[in-house]
Design a binder for this molecule. Structure first.
Ligand SMILES: [Zn+2]
Length: 369
């Protein structure tokens, strides 16, 4: 990675407002082995043709995106699993790539969410599942403005099917990785709402709290094993829309729980302010994140597992739709008995929910975001 330095790690964070951002503030933060030193340099760049969208408002944190892409691999049938296992590092590590792509691709941002209320009452049940019909009904400009995540999932699923069909190894890895990202986004309730960061209910910061702060604080306590095995989706469109509906239905509880937990906190115990992305910003404290997680119960953990389950289903469906090509032909010669043994061992650790304990979770191995 270009940001990796000898003495520590560097990361680039970009942050701006959701739909009109034209300014990116880049902060390089240096983290030494035993202490973190922040504040190196910031640069404001105005680029009229490039829109930047914040990480907090549009994605699981990097940690979860990487985790769910990896977990999905263990749910695949044997005929697919070896191939995905061989390339698991790339599939997991590059899971946040579509978010990073926003920095250079002005069309990327609205592929990551759908502000469902903008499309009318109960739109999650009424919107056409087909892009052309939706564009005819609402206008393409509205879809581009308020987001079209479920349609994007189908676009990438079809590209993955084509990649399987053509036997293009790099394309399979690329689209499988990106598909995992968009499906992950569809499981974050705030990706389906106009009130995407609690800005309309005086709960600003809840997006980062739910999808990043809480998982980062308690991932070690999560169950990362699901009994689910990849299933063929007779209607991928219906499957992803059902996910949007279920995610949207979680919003009330998410906001209400924040209000409930807030009763036990004062402003000074609930928030901390930190200079990030070019200005002082308010974040929920770790203590609040932990209390919020306890009150929510298994809510976030379950969404994480559902994300992985559906990623496996979509990968499998694309492969079946492509005619179940033989993926072993795409494996390098180095995929031998040793690899098979390692795969077996890892599947066992997955089944016993020991991936973190055995240091096999790639998201935890990655040293830079
Ligand atoms: Zn995203």
């Amino acid at each position: 990675m270009p940001y990796l330095l000898v003495a520590g790690r560097w990361k680039i964070l970009q942050k701006t407002s959701k739909q009109k951002g034209k300014i990116a503030v880049i902060i390089f933060s240096a983290i030494s082995q035993d202490k973190r030193r922040i504040v190196m340099k910031r640069t404001s760049i105005k680029i009229a043709t490039i829109f930047f969208v914040s990480f907090f408002c549009c994605s699981w944190g990097f940690l979860v995106h990487r985790t769910i892409n990896q977990l999905a691999i263990y749910q695949l049938p044997k005929s697919m699993r070896s191939f995905f296992y061989e390339y698991k590092d790339s599939i997991a590590r590059n899971a946040p790539r579509p978010d990073q792509r926003r920095n250079t691709d002005p069309t990327e941002a609205t592929k990551h969410f759908i502000d469902i209320e903008a499309y009318g009452d109960s739109a999650e049940w009424r919107m056409p599942m087909n892009w052309n019909e939706a564009a005819g009904k609402y206008g393409k400009d509205s879809l581009l403005k308020y987001g079209y995540l479920p349609y994007q999932v189908i676009v990438i699923k079809n590209k993955l099917t084509d990649a399987f069909r053509s036997g293009n190894r790099d394309s399979i890895i690329f689209y499988a990785t990106d598909l995992g990202h968009y499906i992950g986004d569809a499981h974050v309730p705030l990706h389906t709402a106009l009130n995407y960061d609690g800005q309309l209910t005086n709960q600003r910061g809840i997006h980062d709290l739910w999808e990043t702060s809480v998982p980062e604080a308690v991932l070690d306590q999560y169950n990362l094993h699901s009994r689910h095995e990849a299933e063929y989706l007779s209607s991928p469109e219906e499957a992803i829309w059902q996910t949007i509906r279920e995610s949207h239905a979680l919003l009330n509880e998410m906001f209400a729980t924040e209000r409930e937990v807030s009763k036990d906190f004062t402003d000074s115990t609930k928030y901390f302010t930190e200079f990030r992305w070019g200005k002082d910003r308010r974040f929920y404290t770790a203590a609040f994140a932990k209390a919020y997680n306890i009150k929510l119960g298994k809510n976030i953990n379950e969404q994480l597992l559902r994300s992985a389950n559906q990623i496996a289903d979509f990968w499998y469906t694309a492969w079946v739709d492509a005619g179940k090509p033989d993926l072993t032909a795409l494996l390098p010669k180095t995929f031998d008995k040793t690899f098979r043994k390692a795969l077996k061992k890892e599947c066992k650790a997955y089944r016993k929910n020991e991936l973190i304990e055995k240091k096999l979770l790639i998201a935890k191995q990655v040293t830079q975001n």
